[in-house]
Write a protein that binds this ligand. Structure first.
Ligand SMILES: [Zn+2]
Length: 266
């Protein structure tokens, strides 16, 4: 796992698996751990990372309810977990799903864990909204489209945006089962003013990138999603150069099916 400080109070840990990011934000005498790495050794190193920094944990946050972003509880079993109201509703509707998906992941990858994932109670945060941290506050921005739940997190004193699975340098815009192309485009529009003033954008997958690169990715993603509305061939032609390998073409095929089911054949 790579660990990188993008600001004296913002540290990013990047999992070996899917380049999934976990961001620790500190201010005053409070710290939040946002999202999570995947592997047990990576999770186990988080408490000592905080200890090294001299930061006490205030709570966990997750950008959305996909299982790979919910594993913080495995590292900090007693911490509270804050999520958007939409994510809290999804977790309730899909009770046990994240734990099941993690079990499948572990079986596929021969991963052994000491305990199963138990989310228990989560704290539903109003989004859009603000979450106090020390003398400042994190800004919570609704982010739907990849899934039908979630929030992006803006760290105003550090100019860092943690958008969840949007603006990834390694993953194509991915419309999951409940995802929506039009909602995705709306989220990108909502995130744009934050990206424009960001020093760093830390997507759910891939390392921290600067605003220029994030805006370039945003342009590619808008072009791809607009083309996707015109069908498979148009979408394939608009696949970003750096994100058109075998795996991303599979994601594209999935997106085509999603748009056909959601918006009807064109
Ligand atoms: Zn993800």
């Amino acid at each position: 796992m790579q660990v990188l400080a993008v600001h004296p109070e913002v540290v990013v840990a990047k999992s070996v698996k899917w380049q999934t990011t976990c961001t620790v934000v500190h201010h005053g005498d409070e710290s939040f751990v946002i999202d999570s790495p995947l592997y047990p050794e990576e999770l186990e190193s988080l408490p000592s990372l905080l200890q090294q920094m001299g930061w006490g944990l205030s709570g966990l946050l997750s950008t959305h309810a996909d299982f790979d972003h919910l594993l913080g509880r495995l590292a900090f079993p007693n911490a509270s977990l804050g999520v958007s109201e939409t994510t809290a509703a999804r977790l309730k509707a899909e009770m046990g799903d994240a734990a099941r998906r993690l079990r499948d992941f572990d079986v596929d990858d021969y991963v052994q864990r000491l305990r199963p994932l138990q989310l228990g109670d989560v704290q539903a945060l109003p989004v859009p909204g603000r979450l106090d941290i020390g003398p400042s506050a994190l800004e919570l921005v609704p982010s739907e489209g990849h899934t039908h739940d979630g929030m992006a997190i803006w760290v105003p004193w550090a100019n860092v945006l943690i958008p969840g699975d949007y603006l990834s340098p390694v993953e194509l815009p991915w419309l999951q089962e409940q995802g929506s192309r039009t909602a995705y485009l709306a989220t990108l529009g909502r995130l744009k003013p934050y990206v424009e003033q960001a020093d760093w954008v830390v997507s759910g997958h891939g390392g921290p990138i600067d605003a220029a690169r994030a805006l370039a990715i945003m342009r590619e993603d808008v072009a791809y999603l607009q083309a996707l509305g015109d069908g498979d061939a148009a979408g394939r032609a608009a696949l970003p150069l750096a994100r058109r390998d075998r795996r991303m073409r599979e994601v594209h095929a999935h997106n085509v099916a999603r748009v056909a089911a959601h918006e009807g054949a064109r």
